[in-house]
Design a protein around this ligand. Structure first.
Ligand code: G3H
Ligand code: 13P
Ligand code: ZN
Length: 309
C-alpha cells in the first residue's frame, strides 16, 4: 500500500460525521506510537510534518520512517506538510513524496493568500497531491477583544466560499477560536460554533480543518509538573467541543501539543524514578507507549475515527 492522499478519508469522514486525526511527527518513536494506535484502532490517519520538524529530522529521514510505517502496518497513511509558509517548501514536499501539503497564507492579505494558494494548488494537483489552505488567523483571542477585531481574526464565512472557489483548494483550515500550544483560553473555553455551522452550510461536502485542537488534559500537565516541570495556566479545547466540530464538516483535527505533553510527562517520570538509567531506550519505550495511549484515546473518544477503515 503506497502513501495515500486525504481525498477518500475526508469523503468518508464527512459522510460519517467524524474527523481524521492529523498528528505531528518528529522522530521514530512518535511515528511508531501513532501508527501502532491507528493499526489497533483500524483508524484513518494523517501524519504531518512542520517546517521545524523537517529541519530537525531532515526530509529524507521522515520520509523513510513513514514509508517504513506504511510497510510495517499496511495502513493507508497520508503524509502532509503542516503550515508550509511559501511556494518553495510546498514544492519541495510535493517533489519529495508527500501526498498532501498545507500552504498557510493566512498572514497575507485575502488577495495575496488566494494568489499564493492558487499557485500551490496548480503545482500540487498536477502531481496528484492535495492542498490545504488557511483563511482567518489562529491566535489566542483575549476575552476583552472587541467584536470587530474578533471578526477580523476569525474566518469570514462569505470569504471562505470565495476563497475555495477561486483557489480550487481541497480543504480549508478555519479560525473559530482554537489556537496553537498549551495556552488556548484565558477564561472559559469558547468556540464560535455558529460561525462553523455557517461556513459548513455555505460549503457543503467540503472538508474543513481545525488546527490548535489539543485538549491539554490536566492529568498530563500535572504529571509533568509532579516530576520537575513548570507548566502553569495551560488550557486546551474540551473534548466534547471537538466531537461536536466533527458534526459540522470538520474532517481533519490537528494534534501536536497533547503528544508533546504525553511524551514529556512519561520521560520526566521515568528519569525521576530511575536516576541511575541512561539508556535512551529505557525512557523512550514508555514514551512511545504514552504516545500510543494518547492517540488511541483521541481516535476512540475525540475523533470518533476508530473502526472506519
Ligand atoms: O502548528 C504547529 C505545530 O504544532 C508544529 O509545531 O513548528 O514547533 O514543529 P513546530
Ligand atoms: P495543538 O498545538 O493544539 O496541538 O495544534 C497543533 C496544530 O494545529 C498543528 O498544525
Ligand atoms: Zn496548526
Amino acid at each position: 500500500m503506497p502513501l495515500v492522499t486525504s481525498t477518500e478519508m475526508f469523503k468518508k469522514a464527512y459522510e460519517g460525521k467524524y474527523a481524521v486525526g492529523a498528528f505531528n511527527v518528529n522522530n521514530m518513536e512518535i511515528i511508531q506510537g501513532i501508527v501502532d494506535a491507528a493499526k489497533a484502532e483500524q483508524s484513518p490517519l494523517i501524519l504531518q510534518v512542520s517546517a521545524g520538524a523537517r529541519k530537525y529530522a531532515k526530509h529524507i529521514y521522515l520520509m523513510k520512517l513513514v514509508e517504513a510505517a506504511v510497510e510495517d502496518t499496511g495502513l493507508p497513511i497520508c503524509l502532509h506538510l503542516d503550515h508550509g509558509e511559501d511556494f518553495e517548501i510546498c514544492k519541495a514536499c510535493v517533489d519529495g513524496g508527500f501526498t498532501s501539503v498545507m500552504i498557510d497564507g493566512s498572514k497575507h492579505s485575502f488577495e495575496d493568500n488566494i494568489e499564493l494558494t492558487r499557485r500551490v494548488v496548480d503545482y500540487a494537483h498536477n502531481k496528484g497531491v492535495v492542498v490545504e489552505a488557511e483563511l482567518g488567523k489562529l491566535a489566542g483571542v483575549e476575552d476583552a477583544v472587541k467584536v470587530a477585531a474578533k471578526d477580523a481574526t476569525y474566518t469570514d464565512p462569505d470569504q471562505a466560499v470565495e476563497f475555495v472557489e477561486r483557489t480550487g483548494v481541497d480543504s480549508l483550515a478555519i479560525a473559530i477560536g482554537t489556537s496553537h500550544g498549551a495556552y488556548k483560553f484565558k477564561g472559559k473555553p469558547e468556540l464560535d460554533f455558529a460561525r462553523l455551522e455557517k461556513i459548513s452550510n455555505l460549503l457543503p461536502n467540503f472538508p474543513l480543518v481545525l488546527h490548535g485542537a489539543s485538549t491539554v488534559l490536566p492529568e498530563f500537565v500535572s504529571l509533568c509538573n509532579e516530576y520537575g516541570g513548570k507548566i502553569e495556566g495551560a488550557q486546551g479545547v474540551p473534548e466534547d467541543m471537538l466531537l461536536q466540530a466533527g458534526k459540522f464538516g470538520v474532517c481533519k483535527i490537528n494534534i501536536d501539543t497533547d503528544l508533546r505533553l504525553a511524551m514529556t510527562a512519561s520521560i520526566r517520570k521515568y528519569l525521576a524514578n530511575n536516576p541511575g538509567d541512561f539508556d535512551p531506550r529505557q525512557y523512550l519505550k514508555p514514551a512511545r507507549q504514552a504516545i500510543q495511549d494518547m492517540v488511541t484515546h483521541k481516535m476512540r473518544d475525540v475523533l470518533n475515527s476508530s473502526n472506519r477503515l
